[in-house]
Ligand binder design. Structure first.
Ligand SMILES: [Zn+2]
Length: 402
């Protein structure tokens, strides 16, 4: 390979390397952008899940409240049934007491009936057996006359009849009492059945209460699970959010790296040793006046040093105090086939004179804060063509700086 071939080859390699740097950084940016998108999707997913869980939680709480209401109703029903049972048991006990009282009366009557029956039988027997087996006949035959005879017979009959009537009355009384007792026993049986039914009802209610308790316990468990899910989901959300914030930071840095790697045309040299831009070219709020405006240059911080050097070889066309700019130097350069003007403002001191030729990188002054300025920095402008009051030729200096 000859010299020309060699340098051509080197140029191609350099250009390819520069292109690759750009490609690699473009990939890094798009990768981070993809990550951010993923985080945003995750966040959306999480907030959907949290929203759903909150809705579920509301539903569970409504169900729990309803279950508690039903629980209370059943509890009241159980208490009422219990008092019904008690009342019925009291009724039954009273009925049983009445039955016992009747039983005693019946027994008394039975005794009286037995006595009366015996008396009647004795009386009849005595009619036949007074002083022997023919007493009745003798009483009748002992009559002195017919009238006496009739009297004797009817006396005997009337005594027997009275006894008979009393006996019949007693028997009627006993029957009535027995009927009353039967009725009371039936009533007692009905009360007993009623108690059994109430007991069944109570058992049923208690079973329902038990079921409700299980339902509530289950719901409470679901509620805790859902609440835990919401909390952990919110914690995960916070992590995703910080990951997203970190990725955004990385993206800014990657973009800045890409920007600086792409750089400007390299036609101009940085006018300060430090290359920290504190305010970029473009629209901004004025740091002193607070008005919306346009920043026609870049501000470079004092970090790295305060020596100001010429960005390119050229002729000093201005070196004086200017309104707003403070101590200012303007240099005209020929770059390619056009004129480019650079401007250095707010200088502490000016080391060159108007009309002077300066070389690239030559010291021309010292950084300061003269004019309208908030602190020591260099305000640096680049104009394609000459400088004018409207700054209509201004361009972003970064397009030219290497
Ligand atoms: Zn500025």
């Amino acid at each position: 390979m000859n010299e020309r071939g060699k340098s051509g080859f080197i140029l191609i390699v350099v250009v390819l390397a520069m292109m690759m740097v750009g490609v690699v950084q473009a990939d890094e940016v798009s990768e981070i952008e993809q990550d951010i998108e993923t985080y945003q999707e995750q966040k959306q997913q999480k907030s959907r899940e949290t929203e759903e869980a909150n809705q579920k939680l509301e539903e569970i709480e409504a169900k729990i409240n309803q279950a508690y209401d039903e629980f209370q109703e059943l509890d009241e029903e159980a208490a009422k049934t219990e008092s019904d049972i008690e009342e019925t048991e009291r009724d039954k006990a009273q009925t049983e007491e009445e039955i016992s009282a009747l039983q005693i009366k019946i027994e008394e009557l039975e005794e009286r009936i037995a006595e009366r029956d015996k008396l009647l039988k004795d009386r009849v027997r005595s009619m036949y057996q007074a002083n022997g087996s023919l007493d009745y006949v003798e009483v009748i035959l002992g009559a002195s006359n017919f009238s006496d005879f009739i009297e004797r017979i009817s006396a005997l009959h009337s005594i027997a009849k009275q006894d008979r009537n009393l006996l019949d009355e007693h028997i009627d009384d006993q029957k009535a009492l027995e009927t009353a007792q039967d009725e009371l026993e039936e009533a007692a049986l009905r009360l007993e059945n009623q108690i059994e039914e109430l007991a069944d009802l109570l058992e049923d209610i208690e079973q329902q209460l038990k079921e409700k308790e299980d339902i509530v316990a289950n719901l409470e468990e679901q509620k805790i699970d859902t609440e835990n899910f919401i909390v952990s989901n919110e914690e995960e959300m916070a992590i995703v959010e910080s990951q997203e914030a970190a990725a955004k930071e990385e993206l800014e840095q990657a973009k800045a790296r890409q920007q600086s790697a792409q750089g400007g045309s390299g036609a101009l040299q940085w006018p300060t040793p430090g290359r920290t831009v504190t305010s970029s070219y473009g629209p901004r709020t004025h740091p002193v006046h607070g008005t919306e405006g346009f920043h026609y240059g870049i501000d470079i911080s004092r970090n790295g040093g305060t020596t100001i050097t010429a960005a390119e070889e050229g002729t000093v066309i201005g070196a004086r105090y200017m309104s707003g700019y403070g101590n200012t130097i303007l240099i005209s350069h020929a770059i390619g086939n056009q004129t480019v003007t650079t401007l250095y403002a707010h200088l502490a001191s000016i080391d060159v004179k108007q009309g002077q030729r300066v070389s690239r990188g030559e010291k021309i002054g010292v950084m300061g804060t003269t004019g309208v300025s908030t602190g020591i920095h260099l305000h640096f402008e680049v104009h394609e063509g000459g400088w004018n009051g409207q700054k209509s030729n201004s361009v972003n200096p970064l397009n030219y700086l290497n």
